[in-house]
Design a protein around this ligand. Sequence first.
Ligand SMILES: [Zn+2]
Length: 136
Amino acid sequence: MPRQRCTGTTRADAPCRSFAVADGLCQAHNPARAEAHREATRRGGEARSATRRAARLWAAKGDEIAQADLPAMLRSTMIDVRLGLVEPAVATAIATLAKTSVALAHDMEIELRIAALERVAGVTPPNVSHMNRRIS
Ligand SMILES: [Zn+2]
């Protein structure tokens, strides 16, 4: 048996092309489901605009993504995963890279602060050349 089409009409007064879910009406036209439909539409719109904002952010920043941009980018990735736009494995990779980026920035700040303290104290830093070895 073919699925029944909605008996409602669009704003342009054309027959609705959606499938009926109850009482011959689709989710959008069913008054009992109108609030849920509005909510779903609103959330979809929010998610799409959050995704667009993040895309603009990525495009604008390119290689110069600031630490402060990460929370917004991670939030947008979470929404994209929920909407099925991004594979969970990709989101996991993004989260891991973000976490690594934060840890690296933290370590670099600590190194700078230690170097400043060593300068003030007149202390010669220990040989840490093994830490600066290039990966080849
Ligand atoms: Zn309809």
